[in-house]
Design a protein. Structure first.
Length: 431
C-alpha cells in the first residue's frame, strides 16, 4: 500500500461554505485498490510504448517536477491513483508542455506564409487561436487557410484544431457569421467565435446602429438576428463577451492568452475525492492535491492553468443531479479550494475540454453533464456561472439544445449567460 508521506502539516479548513468535511486526512489511502488509469490512451497518443511500465513513467514525471523526495513520492501516488493529471501534451514534452497557442497573423504577408507558420505548431499537436481583426477580408483568408490544411490533413499527426475570432464591429462581420452555414463540418478545421463588447446588446435593445471599424453603420439588431439564426442553424459562431477587440485565446477558448502564449494545462479529478465511507468529499485531500499539483506544474509552466474533470461522476457518487442547488454548492466548494491553492502558487484556473485525460482516468470529462431529458440550459448555465466565479480563464463548454429549440431559446441563452457573468458561450442543436 502506497502512502502519502508527510510534508508540511495541513491546516484545518474552516470555510463556512463547506457543509460537511471528512475530518480524517487519510495518509494511508491506497492508489491501487481500484486502478483508474487506462494505459492504452497513453500508448495511442504515443506518449509511452506497449512495453513501458506506467508506474515507472509516472515516477519519472514526478522526479522531473520535484526535488523534494517526499513531494516526488506523494505526487507520483496522486498520478498513479488518477487524482491529478497533466495534459497529454505535457506528458509528451515536459520542456514545452503547451496544448494550444494564440497566434497573431500579419495581414500583409501571404496566405502560404501564414500556413507554414501555423503548420509548425499543428505538427506539435497544438490547437491555435487566431484573431482576424486586422484582415480586410477575414472570411477569404479563413477559407484559404482551411483549404490548405484540409489538403494537408492526412500528412499531419493530428487533425488541425483552429479557432477564428472576429470582433462584432468588423465590416465583414455578417460574412463571418454565415461562413459555416452549409453545415458540412467535415470540410472545416476552423471553429468560429464572435467577440461581443458590453455596448452591443444595449444597442440591440435600443434598436441603435453599430458603428463598424470602417465608419459605416449597421443596425445592431440586424447583426444580432443574423447571429441568432446562424447559431441555431449550425451552432456557430460561438460568443465571447469581451471589450478587448484584440482578444486572443486557445483553440477551445478556455483562456485569454497573449500573442504567442501557449495554453499549459493540468487537471484535478474531482471524482477521486469522494469518500464512500462517509458519503462526503475529502476536502483536505483536495486542498493538498491542488497545492502539490500547482506547485509541481509551476516548475515547468510558470503561466500554466489548472482545471478539473470528473464532476459528473462525483455527482453520481453523491446522488445529486447536475444543475441543482446542492450540486452547484459542491462545485463551488471544490473550485474555491482549488483556486486558492493554485493562485497561491502563481498559476491560474481554467476549465477546458478533457477528452484524452478523461479517457486516461476513466472518468467524466471536464464539468460536462450526462445527457438527460430533464436537463435544461438554465441548469447548465447556472453550473457555468458557479464555476466562472472561481475560474481565472474561461469555461470551454457547449450548451446542447433539443431539436425543437428556436431562435428565442438562443436569445435567452445569450442573455442569461451575460447576466450570470459567463465569459463565453456556444450552443449546438441536436438534429
Amino acid at each position: 500500500m502506497l502512502q502519502i508521506l508527510p510534508t508540511q502539516p495541513i491546516k484545518s479548513i474552516k470555510y463556512n461554505y463547506i457543509p460537511k468535511i471528512n475530518p480524517a486526512y487519510r495518509n494511508d489511502f491506497c492508489a491501487f485498490e481500484n486502478p483508474n488509469i487506462d494505459k492504452k490512451v497513453l500508448i495511442q497518443r504515443k506518449i509511452i510504448n506497449q512495453n513501458q511500465n506506467i508506474n515507472d513513467f509516472f515516477d519519472n514525471i514526478s522526479n522531473k517536477l520535484f526535488s523534494n523526495s517526499n513531494d516526488k513520492k506523494n505526487f507520483s501516488t496522486l498520478l498513479k491513483g488518477g487524482y491529478v493529471s497533466l495534459s497529454s501534451n505535457a506528458y509528451s514534452n515536459l520542456n514545452d508542455p503547451k496544448s494550444a497557442v494564440a497566434i497573431k497573423l500579419n495581414p500583409k504577408k501571404t496566405t502560404l506564409s501564414h500556413c507554414v507558420l501555423l503548420e509548425n505548431s499543428i505538427k506539435n499537436g497544438f490547437g491555435i487561436g487566431i484573431n482576424f481583426k486586422d484582415f480586410q477580408n477575414p472570411t477569404d483568408e479563413i477559407k484559404k487557410i482551411n483549404k490548405y490544411f484540409k489538403f494537408r490533413e492526412s500528412s499531419l499527426s493530428r487533425p488541425p484544431a483552429l479557432i477564428g475570432l472576429l470582433p462584432i464591429n468588423h465590416p465583414k462581420i455578417l460574412d463571418f457569421i454565415h461562413l459555416k452555414d452549409n453545415k458540412d463540418y467535415k470540410n472545416w478545421c476552423f471553429d468560429l467565435s464572435v467577440i461581443i463588447n458590453d455596448d452591443f446588446l444595449t444597442k440591440v435593445d435600443n434598436n441603435k446602429d453599430l458603428i463598424l471599424k470602417n465608419g459605416s453603420k449597421v443596425n445592431a439588431k440586424t447583426i444580432y438576428n443574423n447571429l441568432l439564426s446562424s447559431m441555431l442553424k449550425s451552432g456557430e459562431p460561438a460568443i465571447i463577451f469581451s471589450n478587448n477587440e484584440n482578444y486572443l485565446c486557445d483553440c477551445c477558448a478556455a483562456a485569454e492568452l497573449k500573442e504567442n502564449q501557449g495554453l499549459k494545462l493540468a487537471q484535478i479529478n474531482l471524482s477521486k475525492f469522494y469518500d464512500k465511507k462517509t458519503n462526503t468529499i475529502n476536502y483536505k485531500l483536495l486542498k493538498y492535491s491542488a497545492n502539490l499539483l500547482s506547485k509541481g506544474f509551476k516548475n515547468i509552466a510558470s503561466d500554466g492553468f489548472i482545471g478539473v474533470l470528473g464532476y459528473q461522476k462525483l455527482l453520481d457518487y453523491l446522488g445529486y443531479n447536475y444543475g441543482e442547488k446542492n450540486a452547484n454548492e459542491i462545485l463551488e466548494n471544490c473550485l474555491k479550494i482549488i483556486k486558492k491553492e493554485v493562485n497561491s502558487n502563481g498559476l491560474k484556473t481554467a476549465i477546458s475540454p478533457t477528452g484524452t485525460i478523461s479517457r486516461l482516468l476513466k472518468t467524466t470529462p471536464s464539468i460536462e453533464p450526462h445527457k438527460n431529458k430533464s436537463l435544461n440550459y438554465y441548469n447548465e448555465i447556472d453550473t457555468l456561472a458557479t464555476a466562472q466565479k472561481y475560474t481565472d480563464g474561461q469555461i470551454s463548454k457547449t450548451i446542447n439544445l433539443a431539436p425543437e429549440s428556436n431562435i428565442n431559446d438562443i436569445n435567452q441563452i445569450i442573455r442569461y449567460s451575460k447576466q450570470k457573468g459567463i465569459k463565453g458561450i456556444s450552443v449546438f442543436k441536436a438534429q
